[in-house]
Design a protein around this ligand. Structure first.
Ligand code: DQA
Length: 152
């Protein structure tokens, strides 16, 4: 539970990211999703920020989660995974809730197949980190913390 004064960050992981650790480690590294979430929680808690993580393979659940963040969450970090390249519905959910977000990819989507080089999220994101592996999440969280501390 967070208290009313504490700022909140939501980390959203899209489809197949539950398989991290064993999934194509040449692209996605060897850390599991639990490892990444643990590192994020440690960083957030030392900055007195409430951090919630959510992973789903379902576009509907991801949209519902984003919608439910309205008026509760101050910043979103999101790796939409394959939905990056297909989901206008998730983009619309992020636009609707008006919560600033950073788009994150473990791999550099611009150095891979052509179909990965289109993102429905980047132009409405605060920023994009792609290709820095799990460290990308931590760098994005650093940025979110610095922004939230300025507003506190
Ligand atoms: C990914 C890149 C996507 O193209 C892919 O579908 C993923 C993961 C990444 O983190 O590099 O599932 O978002």
């Amino acid at each position: 539970m967070n208290n009313a004064l504490q700022k909140s960050v939501l980390v959203v992981h899209g489809p197949n990211l539950n398989l991290l650790g064993g999934r194509e480690p040449n692209h996605y590294g060897t850390l599991t999703l639990d490892d990444i979430n643990r590192q994020l929680k440690e960083k957030a808690s030392s900055a007195n920020i409430h951090l919630e993580t959510f992973q789903s393979n379902s576009e509907v659940e991801l949209i519902d989660k984003i919608q439910s963040a309205k008026d509760k969450i101050d910043f979103i970090l999101i790796n939409p995974a394959a939905y990056t390249h297909t989901s206008i519905a998730m983009r619309d959910a992020l636009s609707a809730v008006k919560i600033p977000f950073i788009e994150i990819h473990l791999s550099n989507i611009y150095a891979r197949e052509h179909f990965r080089q289109k993102s429905f999220f980047s132009d409405i994101a605060v920023g994009l980190i792609s290709g820095l592996g799990a460290m990308g999440y931590l760098l994005a969280l650093d940025y979110a913390i610095s922004q939230l501390n300025q507003k506190a």
